[in-house]
Design a protein around this ligand. Structure first.
Ligand code: ASP
Ligand code: MG
Length: 401
């Protein structure tokens, strides 16, 4: 069998952690498998590197920032390869580019376009473990890129697809995918199986266990993904599957704690609204919920929308610079909001999920400001400080005590 084993930062935090992860890898190889490993940066290294850049510049050049951030994973790959060798397991470390990870040009959030795994294949053929740095690649002009926070999962899936691995196993600090964040909800239940669609919604809506692009890619390339704990490796964890056998209307409660709402007052006509969203798109702002009340003879139009917390400043800048052109009356930004969502493939052909969710919130005295729905999810936006309570109440309503 061929397997990709990916270890996240918390599984590699110290030398002792690396040793433990390396023992798992060596054991897997000893059982006769060909093993490629993908590593993240140790512990909080990436945050520390970002901080270092900030000490120099409040807006560091994006190319240079990627050069810096890519160092974290390179430390891990070398340490992991050394540790494997120390255990008598032949290993070769490879940076993203040595492993053939080719990306688009968007620094800080590049997409993996192609993986040309020649050197990984050669290492495997020689009986070595290939240890690949996650989160990094090279673009067309030969510059180092990074692929977005949490992106090592995506490197692992892309590599698994490229080498035709039987399984891509993501080792992390929780035992698998839960019905809610177990740090917030005591009674969160672990799923043995979850569909790609459900996992994709959960990841996109803030469940941090997997990078959403990794799930997307796994679904597209039909890569078998498992999530397991590095600390309890004998636990089977969660397997991603095309269709989850379980048809519950709600499979999980996810929370994104970094949301800002912006309300633009007096934005009267369709063309102006259209223009605003074009300007926001041009400056790279990712819009989520949109609510619009068009202007009437008696009242002026209002449009509200949510963005990721990090994009708040960009939105303010766009609004300020386009005030004259758009002719709006004013705007209100509410940072510090959170989006709480329920996800489940079974909700597409059932009813009552929104009612149950709103009742649960109502009982806790939480009035969501905005509500949106998708095919297999319903989301509400609440002030961030109410989010943990909202998650607990909603989880209790769907999963019991
Ligand atoms: N080290 C990177 C991050 O912290 C990538 C990853 O961990 O997947 O975002
Ligand atoms: Mg992660």
């Amino acid at each position: 069998m061929r397997i990709v084993m990916k270890f996240g930062g918390s599984s590699l935090a110290t030398a002792a952690h690396i040793r433990r992860a390396a023992q798992l890898v060596a054991g897997q190889r000893a059982s006769g498998d060909q093993v490629a490993v993908v590593v993240s940066a140790q512990g909080d290294t990436t945050d520390e590197l970002i901080e270092k850049a900030r000490e120099i510049s409040s807006e560091p050049d994006s190319r240079e920032k990627d050069v810096l951030l890519a160092c974290g994973e390179q430390m891990s790959m070398a340490l992991m390869a050394m540790q494997l060798q120390e255990l008598g397991c032949p290993a070769l470390s490879l940076s993203g580019w040595q492993a053939g990870v080719h990306t688009g040009p968007h620094h800080g959030d590049a997409r993996i376009l192609k993986v040309d795994p020649k050197r990984v294949e050669a290492a495997l053929a020689e009986g070595k473990v290939a240890v690949v740095a996650g989160f990094q690649g090279l673009d067309d002009s030969g510059d180092i890129t990074t692929i977005g926070r949490g992106g090592s999962d995506t490197t692992a899936v892309a590599l698994a697809a490229a080498i035709g691995a039987d399984t891509c196993r993501i080792y992390t600090d929780v035992k698998g995918v839960y019905s809610a964040d177990p740090r917030v909800v005591d009674r969160a239940q672990i799923h043995r199986e979850i569909s790609y669609d459900e996992m994709l919604e959960m990841a996109a809506l803030g469940a941090q266990v997997l990078h959403s692009r990794a799930v997307e890619l796994a679904r597209e390339k039909r890569v078998k993904v498992e999530v397991r704990s590095t600390f309890f490796p004998e636990d089977l964890g969660t397997a991603l599957s095309l269709e989850s056998g379980v048809r519950r209307p709600v499979r999980g409660v996810a929370c994104d704690e970094s949301v800002a709402m912006v309300t633009v007052l007096g934005l009267d006509t369709g063309p102006e609204t259209c223009r605003l969203f074009t300007l926001l798109a041009d400056s790279g702002v990712n819009i989520d919920v949109i609510i619009r009340s068009p202007g009437t003879a008696k009242s002026r139009g209002v449009v509200s929308f949510s963005v990721g917390g990090d994009d708040g400043d960009k939105v303010s800048a766009v609004l300020k610079s386009s005030r004259r052109e758009l002719g709006y009356a004013g705007f209100v930004a509410q940072p510090g909001m959170a989006k709480v969502s329920v996800v489940g493939a079974g909700m597409s052909d059932g009813c009552g999920v929104a009612a149950t969710m709103l009742r649960a919130l109502q009982e806790g005295g939480i009035e969501p400001q905005y509500i949106t729905t998708g095919e297999i999810r319903i989301s509400v936006i609440v002030p961030r400080e109410q989010a943990p309570l909202a998650v607990r109440l909603i989880h209790k309503a769907f999963f019991g005590d």
